[in-house]
Design a protein around this ligand. Structure first.
Ligand code: OGA
Ligand code: NI
Length: 307
């Protein structure tokens, strides 16, 4: 979707690296706050998940990508559903097609024969749950809030979705994106990048910067739900994925979302006369965000109070 102008193909620039093993030391907490208030993303080390396990997660994604098309179609996604295998076909303003193939398997509905996939993802979700629990507490503390200030809004049944993204090689990477610019609808997304192939880009100082591939790192990015709950203090970064001519790129994204029916809004302690409430309360943000994405609207702008 859209053109990748030659001027915005920039070299890899570093994205902050945070050692989760050092939290809640005040130095690391300070770095975390800075990263989340500026770019809204960082690369996590010290997360306690072994490299061999991360490779297992990549392995099951790869295994799925190698299934025959008919086999994959058995798990296909119904129209307007997020669960299942499918392609997103969207025509952009410039009339290029974006083709992003993905597989969404929620923990609730995993029902296919790739049992190792189910087991590995289940184990991965437990490990990531521990990681995100640590993070929301550290994030609240870094803003001098009670540690459950954000999680109080998650509801009794917060959702975790995993998506395998497959970006096949593309003959015209200058013309075709893997995933068009967007911000995630989650409150936090943990992304396991391909071990070798770069492609994820964030906007920094109005330029696209490529996230380097560092072994054993998890890319953590905030989503819109956290920008809303933090009254705009933490950022939900705009990002996209570029394609390349020679190599398939696989990534595994784990999205953490609040319970869909739960209304979310800015935390009271983050609203005062210097920082008035920026966003209205919203429910079912996930589908609202998806509709906006399809229409080319910026969802966060749609829930913002405009003076
Ligand atoms: C996403 C996403 C990035 C990637 O799935 O929302 O931004 O590198 N993925 O695949
Ligand atoms: Ni994304």
């Amino acid at each position: 979707s859209g053109c990748v102008g030659s001027s915005d193909l920039s070299a890899s620039v570093s994205v902050p690296v945070i050692d989760l093993g050092l939290l809640p030391s005040s130095d690391e907490q300070g770095k975390l706050k800075l990263a989340l208030c500026s770019g809204g993303c960082f690369q996590a080390i010290g997360h306690g998940i072994s490299n061999s396990f991360l490779n297992k997660v990549r392995g099951v994604a790869e295994q799925f990508s190698q299934l025959l098309q008919e086999e994959k179609q058995k798990y296909s996604r119904a129209a307007n559903q997020v669960e299942g295998y499918g392609y997103d076909l969207v025509v952009s303003e410039k009339q290029w097609y974006v083709i992003c193939s993905d597989l969404t398997l929620s923990r609730r509905t995993v029902s296919y024969e790739l049992n190792s996939c189910r087991e590995v993802l289940h184990e991965y979700s437990i490990k990531l749950k521990q990681l995100v629990d640590l993070l929301f507490k550290a994030m609240a503390k870094s803003l001098a809030l009670e540690e459950n200030s954000f999680s109080d809004q998650f509801g009794d049944n917060p959702v975790m979705h995993v998506r395998f993204n497959f970006y096949p090689p593309c003959t015209r990477p200058d013309k075709v994106l893997g995933l068009k610019r967007h911000s995630d609808r989650s409150w936090i997304t943990v992304l396991l990048q391909d071990e070798q192939v770069e492609g994820l880009q964030f906007v920094k100082d109005e330029k696209w910067i490529t996230v380097p591939v560092i072994p054993h790192v998890l890319v953590v990015k905030l989503g819109d739900q956290m920008q809303i709950m933090s009254n705009g203090i933490f950022k939900s970064p705009v990002h996209r994925v570029v394609t390349n001519t020679d190599k398939l790129r696989i990534s595994v994204a784990m999205f953490n979302e609040v319970e869909p029916e739960k209304e979310i809004g800015p935390v009271e302690g983050l609203i005062d006369e210097n920082r008035p409430r920026l966003y209205r309360n919203v429910k079912i943000y996930a589908s609202f965000n998806y509709e906006c994405f399809q229409k080319g609207k910026v969802p966060l702008e749609e829930v913002k109070f405009h003076a």
